[in-house]
Design a binder for this molecule. Structure first.
Ligand code: FES
Length: 151
């Protein structure tokens, strides 16, 4: 779904919105309808304005996420550093994800391909939940996933 981002016009509310969304996500686990309505109520803005901002940034989870939310960057820097394709292939292979499948059957891992994790200097990058992993190789990706699979 393509959603246009419209921040609240009040600069004070605008500056609080991103932080409020982050805190709500920490409390609710993801930005559910209830969480979005709560943030909107607290800031005095419309829920659709909160939703449009939350859905724009890859940092926020609109839907309930897996225990390990894996985001592989396919932005230009990561792509040019031999990242996106080989890392996605490695994640799929390790988690035994079929083409088009984005979540393991047990719900522990989900895979998203995103555009720029704002850390181009360490491309190629993977983010798992709140942790950014830079300069990744397929081998390092395999080792990281192996550790999480055991945990
Ligand atoms: S292009 Fe991958 S972090 Fe920017």
């Amino acid at each position: 779904m393509s959603v246009r981002t419209k921040l609240p016009e009040d600069p004070a509310k605008r500056s609080m919105l991103l932080t409020a969304l982050y805190i709500a996500q920490e409390q609710y686990g993801h930005l559910s309808k209830e969480a979005i309505e709560r943030v909107a109520q607290r800031l005095g803005v419309l829920p659709k304005e909160v939703y449009s901002t939350a859905s724009f940034y890859t940092l926020y989870n609109i839907e309930k996420t897996a225990r390990y939310r894996i985001q592989v960057c396919e932005g230009l820097s990561c792509h040019l550093n031999d990242g996106a394709e080989s890392l996605v292939d490695q994640v799929r292979r390790k988690l035994n994800l079929k083409e088009g499948q984005t979540r393991t059957p047990d719900g522990r891992f989900s895979l998203e391909i995103v555009q720029c994790l704002a850390a181009c200097d360490t491309a190629p990058n993977i983010r798992i939940n709140d942790d950014l992993h830079g300069n990744m190789t397929p081998g390092e990706t395999d080792a990281l996933l192996e550790k999480l699979m055991r945990g």
